[in-house]
Design a protein around this ligand. Sequence first.
Ligand code: NAD
Length: 437
Amino acid sequence: MRIAMVGSGYVGLVSGTCFADFGHEVVCIDKDPDKIAALQAGRIPIFEPGLAALVADNARQGRLTFTTEMREAVAAADAVFIAVGTPSRRGDGFADLSYVYAAAREIAAALSGYTVVVTKSTVPVGTGDEVERIIREAAPAAEVAVVSNPEFLREGAAIADFKRPDRIVIGADDPRAAQVMSEIYRPLYLNQAPILVTGRRTAELTKYAANAFLATKITFINEIADLCEQVGANVQEVARGIGLDNRIGSKFLHAGPGYGGSCFPKDTLALVKTAQDAGTPVRLVETVVAVNDSRKRAMARKVIAACGGAVRGRTIAVLGLTFKPNTDDMRDAPSLSIIAGLQDAGARVRAYDPEGMEQARPLLPDIHYATDPYDCADGADALVLVTEWDAFRALDFARLRAAMLAPVVVDLRNVYRAEDLARRGFRYTSVGRPSEP
Ligand code: NAD
């Protein structure tokens, strides 16, 4: 199959590369000339484990190419995927669909022969209808079907998720288009990937329902964590106690600083707006959004409390900036709100992240970027663990203690045990667990 991937960011680049790896002929398109120049030169513009080797391999074999020019690639394609961003619209929180619609217009101008246009971007219910309307208006003679195929991959584990997905959801109202889609995914199908073919609107909503459910699960355990702190219970044990029940499941029950990233915050908000517009508000998700928003700032207050109630003039070391490990993505990372809260209270912030510092610099211009965890802790009055990178899971606390002014650790990911840190002379605070051993 010949595939054109419009948008070569986290989703487009991973999906395009994996399709190529399964033997399809893929052209990845992006309007950002720097991104395409980097890819053509063999450099990967994002950090995603395993991606560089897979891109290099498929590019070398001629199955994966990169361009800024849509026309030729779209004209030759059996399927054109739209994988552009759908951020929150400023002001009202609806999904900003301007990139999707712009892509649809450009695609319409280049279509030739029967083509399936596939929306892989996360888009609100009904967007496929509008994409189809745009294309039919611009290219009335085009033989085209518009399909929804939402993506469920996780940054940091994107290649494995794409190649061995829990499910593939295809929203196609046209049987011929569904046929093309199952041909595209056939290599995964042999690996028993469950393909679910639904109506287009159902597929669009499924993506939002999945993300809202996961965000709800995280927010639920975070509130239970707060309760644990007040009543002397341990949230990790509660999570295990409920998670072993198969009806609940143990995943997404890790208490922490609140969800962030490029998907959950914007997708929960967009679902809330869609539901309000439809006259059926999703009040549970509205509450999840509000609870999570206030939580990030509350984490700054937690750090301040651990420092004795004030941080003016103090230095706080922050380990981990990205919203989760194994990505360089800083979009809506909890660290942004936590650091802003600390700075508002008068603290100086030093930070270190294994991969995220380049993307963090423009967002956090007023902090000191350290070269490693120990440099980060140098002269600090407290150390805050915000993202649980592997590199932060076995820190040398004697070395940290020697570098720091005061032995205060706030572990927002529950990586360490209170008794171990107490033994090493630290005052230790975590999330939803007793601070005293
Ligand atoms: P991204 O910002 O990393 O990439 C989008 C790319 O599209 C950019 O490189 C941009 O330059 C390009 N682009 C925009 N308009 C274009 C056009 N007209 N022609 C060509 N290129 C264009 O975004 P992302 O993280 O890959 O997300 C893309 C979509 O996938 C979003 O809707 C997102 O919600 C969804 N999604 C993301 C993830 C994730 O983990 N990042 C997971 C599942 C779904």
